[in-house]
Structures are given as C-alpha cells and as structure tokens.
Design a protein around this ligand. Structure first.
Ligand code: ADP
Ligand code: NA
Length: 330
C-alpha cells in the first residue's frame, strides 16, 4: 500500500480501559485504519519493567486486545499484535541499547519521574532502557508516523536521533519517523476533580469511567460529576472545567462539534447535559462490553486473531531486523 505507515502501542491494563484511553487514543487508532497502514501492539514487554504477576499479565494482554477489537479495530484493516509474540522487538532493542549513550538515556524525563517515585533499588534497568525498546518498536516497522502525546515527545526525538545515528554509521536502514498530531484529541479530566486528567493511577473510582463497568454505574458517575458554580452551559476549560469536560465527552461520543452542542443547550441547565452524556455513554459502552465479553468467551478466536497479527507484524519486523543485523556485522 502507499498509505503512510503508523505504529502505536498501548500497555496491557489491569481490568478495563477508561474513557480517557478510548477518547484520547483508541478512537484515533480506529480512525487511522482507514487512512494509514496501521500497526498496533499491546506492549507486554514494556509492562514487565515493573513487577507483574504472570497469570495476570497474560490475562491483561488478552483483555486489552479484546477491548481494542471491541472498540473497532479490524484485523482485516490493521495489524494488531502482542509485542512479546514478535521477538524482533527485543532483538533490535539490544542493538539500539548499544548505540545509546548512558547520559543520553539518563536524560529521559519520564524515567527520572518514575524512578524518583520508586527509589533506585525498586527501579529496574528495564525501566531505564524502556525508551530504547520504544525506539525499536517504531523503527522495526519503518513507521512514517507515530501518534504522540506531550509526554512522549522526548522519546520520539530519541527515536529520530538513533535512526539518524544508525543510518549515518551503518548506511541507510531506517525510515525517519514523524510525530502524528491528530486533529482533535480529546483530553478527558477526572469527573470528580476536573482539573486533573482522568487516569487509572490518579483517579478515584467515582472520578473515572471504566469502559467495562455496568453501564448504569457509569451513567450514575456522569450524573454525579462535579460541575461548576453558575448554570450556563459554556465551553470554558479554565473557568468551567467540569462542564467543558462533559461537553468534550458528548462531542466525541456523538461526533458533534462542541459549538453545536452549546447552541442546543441555550437556556438549559446542567442536568440536561448530564443526562445526554450519560445516555451517549450507555449507548457506547453497552455494545462495547458485549463485544469484549464475546471475544473473551471464545479464546480460540481471539488467539487466532492475535497469532495472525503477530505473523503479519513479523513479516515486516524480520525483514528490517535482518537488514539491521547485516549492517552491524552479524
Ligand atoms: P493512564 O493515564 O490511565 O495510566 P495510559 O498512560 O496507559 O493511561 O494511557 C494510554 C493512552 O491513553 C495514551 O495514549 C494516553 O495518551 C491516553 N490517555 C490516558 N488518559 C487520558 C485522558 N484522561 N484523556 C485523553 N487521553 C488519555
Ligand atoms: Na499514564
């Protein structure tokens, strides 16, 4: 195909993805299938940079893949796979480790933040070299574009630096990846604390919408979301973050521009908005849960989809690795 190639990964989550994951990332993945040659991986190698229970890790990888399929990824239109099933990731990562300066890796701010929280004896060397595994993830597929949030920019810069370094030292081998900035990526905030991002690590149960929760429970959370003083429904993230968040969610779930929504609420109260968000959410999560459950109830089919994805991924990854190994002198 002559479509640009895109690569993106997501960590296997314990339990359910949340509404922020869906509206901020997974929904874009679904859209990119139509315009790009898309490779998506559940990055279980990245997950073990912190301790994992083996049975839980295996279950979480499958659960994550099932949710991605339920959200609309189509194995006929994209390549969806589990990272550990493509051994070339770890193989290329070693080469890239050997091209990276120690100080260069030590400057990664995400590592500094995470390790500062854990203390150095709890921090694995794997967490230190995690960005270099990401470099391999991207370069293996000769990706033209990588969707990146603010917190990933530095890692993409490292990828570009290492691609350039390898190409200069050993001859042209890797495609230089560019950031892909989606047109409108919704940033969803906590329902109870609308000044902070909805996040599995930071949100309280009432503030986060888990996609696999009972739809009624999620609707209830929306209806008890913290809104702002006043009563005018306006999109104003600084002064009305709670109401703005609900408008963002409704806009994304119903594919309606925020301005159109705001116009429709002229003269109405917050309760009307909350009811509409709750209804739209229930309409989305009800079939999403059913599809996820269907996939989990049929492990042979799910495994076959992932095995086929890994095979498609390996066809590309093994070719890149063979070339890189040859260039290095293996
Ligand atoms: P969490 O912040 O809950 O730990 P991750 O860091 O695993 O979630 O993020 C997985 C994907 O979901 C990333 O692409 C991230 O940018 C996106 N994402 C996470 N939280 C939000 C949010 N509140 N709003 C929009 N996108 C989000
Ligand atoms: Na996070």
């Amino acid at each position: 195909t002559d479509r640009p190639r895109v690569l993106s990964g997501i960590q296997p989550t314990a339990g359910s993805f949340h509404l922020g994951n869906y509206l901020g990332a997974i929904r874009q993945w679904v859209a990119l299938q139509e315009t790009h040659d898309a490779f998506y991986c559940v990055v279980d190698l990245h997950a073990i940079t912190v301790p994992q229970d083996p049975a839980e890790l295996r279950a979480n990888s499958r659960l994550s893949a099932a949710q991605l399929l339920a959200a609309g990824l189509d194995p006929e239109r994209c390549t969806l796979f589990v990272q550990s099933q493509v051994p070339e990731h770890a193989q290329l990562a070693w080469v890239m480790n050997c091209l990276t300066g120690f100080g260069e890796a030590a400057r990664m701010t995400q590592f500094k933040d995470k390790s500062a929280k854990q203390g150095s004896d709890q921090t694995s060397v794997g967490l230190f070299t995690y960005p270099i595994l990401q470099v391999a993830d991207i370069l293996l597929y000769q990706a033209d574009q990588v969707p990146v949030g603010e917190d990933q920019r530095q890692h993409l810069e490292l990828t570009r630096d290492l691609a350039h370094r390898f190409n200069t030292r050993f001859g042209d081998t890797f495609t230089m990846p560019n950031p892909y900035i989606p047109k409108a990526t919704a940033k969803i905030v906590d329902l109870q604390e609308p000044t902070v991002k909805m996040s599995k690590s930071a949100s309280t149960p009432k503030g986060i919408v888990s996609l696999l929760d009972e739809p009624k429970a999620s609707a209830k959370k929306v209806k008890s979301a913290v809104t702002d003083a006043g009563s005018v429904i306006a999109f104003d993230e600084a002064n009305q973050p709670g109401v703005s968040n609900l408008l963002t969610i409704l806009s994304a779930l119903t594919d309606t521009p925020v301005e159109d929504l705001v116009r429709g609420y002229d003269g109405k109260l917050y309760g009307a908005l909350k009811t509409d968000v709750a209804d739209a959410l229930v309409e989305f999560v009800t079939p999403f849960r059913a599809r996820t459950q269907e996939l989990l109830d049929d492990p042979e089919t799910l495994d076959a989809i992932l095995a086929k994805g890994a095979e498609k991924a390996r066809a590309v990854a093994s070719e890149t690795l063979a070339l890189a190994y040859d260039r290095v002198g293996f």
